[in-house]
Design a protein around this ligand. Structure first.
Ligand code: AHR
Length: 327
């Protein structure tokens, strides 16, 4: 399979093609020189959602602004591609490697290879489950468990004092990914003291709009009364809205909808009353990443965990925020 390795060289953008994981070492020679230029190899998850697109744009723009040479690779949602990307970056002797791990487990061997090669690694957006935390310098991103808790707390308040079962269906993110695991746990924790709130179906929609629609169609066919949809991201929620409308129901009214991300499309649906609540997950990690890359390269100490600041949005808050929303 052919994938594209984009190389942003300071002011200009130079795109070169490379066969997945095998011909990148034939491309631009990486860092390690003493010309002061920093070369960052970044392996992105893919392009599964509006959030991911905004995250990629943030990383590319921040690298350019910081004067960092970015070698960007899109792993198309596959861990094996990310491992191949990282091995390619090691061969090229880039100065720093960063990546957003598609799933949490299975990274120890390649991270050890990077460490043995003396190349520092920074995690962005998603965590790994490696017990040896010396394998990476820092992890920059959101607290996904707190995001799930915020979603559950809003729902618990919404149904406070009401009797009768509330049937919840859940659209999970990519199986085995940190946001899917933590958003599920955080939400379940927040609603567990309210026995009326019942998760009757939970299934992955892989963080994709099309999958959110397909899975919601099956939920609608198999569950006679759905009161609430909790989707782990806006895109799956937006796909589900299409399925809900096609089933003759009114999203946001007949079925309450909670999502995570707060990208423009999600916020537009929230402002229009088709989503009821969104927990924010900021994709704008580029500036923090470049600052950390520079510090690591300069041998300065960095925080092991850099948390992203984020809020929540009601329908009224979405209307107010939309005109100036960046992504
Ligand atoms: O890891 C962040 C998650 O990945 C976002 O919430 C989701 O939209 C994306 O695909």
């Amino acid at each position: 399979m052919r994938r594209t390795l984009s190389v942003a060289v300071l002011g200009g953008l130079l795109a070169v093609s490379a066969l997945a994981g095998c011909s990148k070492d034939g491309g631009t020679e990486g860092g390690g020189g003493d010309d002061g230029k920093i070369v960052l190899g970044f392996s992105q998850v893919g392009a599964e959602s509006g959030w991911r697109t905004a995250n990629t744009e943030s990383i590319k723009a921040s690298a350019k602004a910081a004067g960092i040479e970015l070698q960007f690779s899109d792993a198309q949602g596959k861990q094996e591609n990310q491992i191949a990307d990282i091995r390619g970056f090691i061969t090229q002797k880039v100065d720093v490697i960063a990546f957003s791990p598609v799933v949490t487990s299975g990274w120890d061997a390649v991270l050890k290879d990077a460490k043995d090669a003396g190349i520092p690694v920074i995690l962005t957006d998603r965590a790994v489950d490696s017990t040896d935390t010396s394998l990476y310098e820092s992890f920059i991103g959101s607290d996904f468990k707190v995001e799930g808790q915020k979603a559950g707390e809003w729902l618990a308040k919404e149904y406070a004092g009401k009797t009768g079962d509330v049937n919840i269906v859940e659209l999970q993110g990519t199986t085995g990914s940190a946001p899917a695991i933590d958003r599920q746990t955080g939400f379940a924790d927040a609603i567990k003291s309210n026995p009326n709130l019942k998760i009757v179906k939970t299934q992955t929609g892989d963080f994709k709009r099309a999958d959110g629609k397909t899975v919601m169609e099956t939920f609608l066919q198999s569950v006679p009364k759905i009161d609430v949809l909790y989707a782990h991201n806006d895109d799956m929620g937006l796909g589900a809205i299409e399925a809900i409308k096609a089933a003759g129901k009114k999203p946001g009214t007949d079925i309450k909808i909670i999502t995570v991300d707060a990208v423009k499309d999600g916020m537009t649906a929230l402002a229009a009353g088709e989503i009821n609540y969104i927990v924010e997950c900021s994709p704008l990690l580029g500036d923090q990443l470049m600052e950390t890359v520079k510090a690591v390269k300069a041998g300065k100490p960095v925080e092991k965990r850099i948390l992203t600041k984020e809020g929540t949005f009601t329908q009224e808050e979405a209307k107010a925020a939309l005109p100036t929303r960046k992504y």
